[in-house]
Design a protein around this ligand. Sequence first.
Ligand code: NDP
Length: 290
Amino acid sequence: MNPKIIDGKSIAQTLCDDVKQATTAFIAESGIVPRLDVIIVGEDPASRVYVANKQKRAESIGFKGGITRLPVTTSQADLLAAIREKNADPAVHGILVQLPLPAHIDEHLVIQTIAAHKDVDGFHFDNVARLATGTGGGYAPCTPAGCMHLLRTVEPKLDGAHAVVVGRSNIVGKPMGALLLAANCTVTMAHSRTKDLADMCRSADVLVAAVGRPEMLPGDWVKKDAIVIDVGINRTSEGRLVGDVHFDSAIANARAITPVPGGVGPMTIAFLMANTLDAAQKATATQAAA
Ligand code: NDP
């Protein structure tokens, strides 16, 4: 079997086209334009690029909204007040606070202040609990949701597959594990204290790397015909963008693999758009029922 490069860019484009079409239909039917508001604190260059990309994509889909840029000196109280204002505004359907935040601001408190039904990033405890308990009705974080979508393009039925997730962050690793478990995989969560990581990875039918270390997973850690999802985005000292997996050697063993760039990255924004439309649809249905 030829290893297949999973084209995240084109899969994300298809998803965005679908969201755009559904948005046009929703606006025609309800007269309501979905609105995504993004808040950024400080001048972090990477965050500014991410936020601008999200805004550009939102506009192309037909959403309203904008970016609130707050200075790095913004107090926690002022940031929370800005969020509460958006929580109270029925015209705002999705709220995203770009992370990381300056050190003087409590990131957890900020996330918990966003109304759960407007938390299109899926980081609020209510959404985390819904995902962890399989209750449904919430929002899964966009990056792992995007990874699942990519996986399913290769293998719609993941039942019984051994999935190894390397990395246990709240935004990628842990929710990825929960989504894989919900898809009936047998999940192993690996991290910096995991023993025999190489052997662990070699036993994976599905290998997800979310570490943040350039090309840390060599090709001989990849089981023959495994599906490899590389979440990592790392800049090498020569300025190259690479993942956490050594792509050129991993592709020899993999049944399918995501490239970096052009794999997982574009999916994150696509799911943010899908979640925002969903939030607008749910808010409208709730208002109609009231
Ligand atoms: P974090 O730094 O929050 O988490 C990294 C995880 O990797 C931790 O759980 C850590 O373990 C684990 N880890 C670190 N070193 C090792 C090691 N030597 N062996 C095994 N595990 C290790 O990162 P994120 O989850 O936020 O991001 C991971 C990567 O994904 C980054 O490259 C980031 O840029 C990228 N990313 C990409 C996105 C996209 O849209 N494509 C979105 C979000 C992130 P421990 O907990 O023990 O410290």
